[in-house]
Design a protein around this ligand. Structure first.
Ligand SMILES: Cc1cc2nc3c(=O)[nH]c(=O)nc-3n(C[C@H](O)[C@H](O)[C@H](O)COP(=O)(O)OP(=O)(O)OC[C@H]3O[C@@H](n4cnc5c(N)ncnc54)[C@H](O)[C@@H]3O)c2cc1C
Ligand code: HEM
Length: 370
């Protein structure tokens, strides 16, 4: 562990148990120092729901060497243009962060700790600002018209929209989405198709529990509505130079980016076998199986295995999809794409580690904290 990482981790333990208080103080400080910043945040803003402080703390602690994460941080800076974040805001946020940490850390807080957080934050902010500046030819977000909205199960919808201006992305990436029902509340959704000539984009959305944005997308949004999309992000894209066969593991709407990747391969692939494992609780949640089966019937290189964890009569595999993948294989020589809930992704990564799949061959996106 580098000296910087050690200082960041050590100092965080001083405030860790008072995170809620640190967060309240941080936002109060930030809005007091610059009241206009309040307009950048969601209307109903309870501290638990706001993600900024948690995101910064995780970023500063994880990205000890920001150059190593340059692509991600530059994309995050580009994405932040949708919040109307300007370069000068970074100092205001950084100062509020340090003040909040210092206030709650008590007497053990010292110069070394403060400098470590300042250095870590400044290096990350620099990369984000560079990313935003390099993107000035693009709009800060894209208005998109909803063309189709189809309910595929109790709580899943497939939505097709068309951005008003060209939106360049790669299969496997995601964008954040905002609806008019929850202004300034943005959530990430993966494009479920490879780029098309008409520019339209599909999303597969599952309404989760009391989820604000997912419920609006599944239950309220209709054709003709306008939604807003942030800049494309994510690196779960196809390595076109690789000749290895591919295994895709999708849980529920985690199928979205996998479907985009399959679509990309239907345009070029002749030589790589692609095995898709698609799992859900019950058959109702295997919402796109007909389409997957049609693709598998048409492309000899594509095979699909489906599994349910909670549907004993289902005529396919049974169990969690991570366990099902382990029944097939061996997989040491394959490229992997894994996408779904954090629990599902974690379980699959564990299985793959046990099966000796090198981590470098695995790309994944977890739909939540992993
Ligand atoms: C990179 C990335 C790509 C994503 N792509 C997709 C996608 O293609 N399709 C899709 O449907 N979702 C996708 N998600 C998840 C999506 O961004 C939202 O997190 C999800 O829709 C919930 O948002 P919300 O505003 O409705 O819920 P929130 O208001 O954020 O949360 C409400 C409550 O639900 C709980 N909750 C949040 N997420 C889940 C969950 N997955 N399961 C159970 N409980 C949950 C929260 O803990 C909270 O208590 C993706 C996430 C990431 C990070
Ligand atoms: C080191 C600097 C920063 C990092 C690493 C960072 C990272 C993040 C991340 C990862 C999210 C969550 C996105 C999501 O899941 O939806 C977020 C949200 C947000 N960020 Fe940043 N951010 C930084 C600086 C800033 C600055 C300077 C501003 C300007 C005020 C800002 C404004 C916001 C807003 C408004 C949100 C959404 C509201 C919320 O949910 O809290 N961020 N940030």
């Amino acid at each position: 562990m580098s000296n910087l990482s050690r200082l960041l981790k050590e100092s965080w333990t001083l405030v860790e148990e008072q995170q809620d208080k640190v967060a309240s103080y941080f936002y109060a400080r930030m809005f007091l120092n610059n009241p206009q910043l309040r307009d950048l945040f969601p209307v109903q803003m309870d501290v638990q729901r706001s993600r900024l402080l948690g995101a910064i703390v995780t970023a500063v602690q994880t990205f000890g060497d920001p150059d190593q994460f340059a692509d991600y941080l530059e994309a995050l800076g580009r994405d932040h243009r949708k919040f109307h974040v300007e370069p000068q805001h970074y100092d205001i946020v950084g100062d509020a962060l340090i003040e909040a940490l210092r206030t709650f850390a008590g007497e053990e807080w010292g110069y070394e700790y403060e400098q470590a957080w300042r250095d870590g934050y400044a290096a990350i902010a620099r990369k984000m600002i560079e990313g935003a500046e390099a993107d000035s030819a693009n709009p800060p977000y894209w208005h998109a018209e909803v063309l189709h909205h189809e309910r595929r199960s109790r709580d899943i919808a497939v939505i097709t929209c068309r951005p008003m201006l060209p939106l360049e992305f790669r299969a496997g990436q995601y964008v954040s989405v905002e609806t008019r029902y929850q202004p300034r509340l943005w959530r990430a959704y993966s494009m479920a198709n490879a780029p098309r000539k008409d520019g339209s984009v599909d999303f597969h959305v599952r309404a989760v529990g009391a989820g604000w944005v997912s419920s609006a997308l599944v239950r309220r949004v209709q054709p003709g509505d306008m939604i807003r999309l942030g800049a494309p992000m994510g690196s779960m894209t196809l390595d076109r130079r690789s000749t290895r066969d591919i295994v895709c593991v999708a849980g529920g709407t985690g199928l979205a980016p996998i479907k985009a990747l399959i679509e990309e391969m239907t345009r070029a692939n002749r030589t790589r076998w692609v095995h898709v494992f698609f799992g859900a609780r019950d058959r109702d949640d295997l919402y796109d199986l007909d389409c997957l089966n049609r693709l598998a019937a048409r492309y000899p290189w594509l095979s699909v295995v489906t599994a349910t964890s909670d549907d004993p009569e289902f005529p396919g595999e049974h169990g969690n999809i991570s366990q099902v993948v382990a029944r097939y294989g061996p997989w040491q020589d394959h490229d992997f794409f894994v996408s779904g809930s954090a629990t599902m992704v974690r379980a699959t990564l564990r299985t793959l580690a046990e099966m000796q799949v090198p981590a470098i061959r695995i790309k994944y996106d977890a739909f939540g904290d992993s």
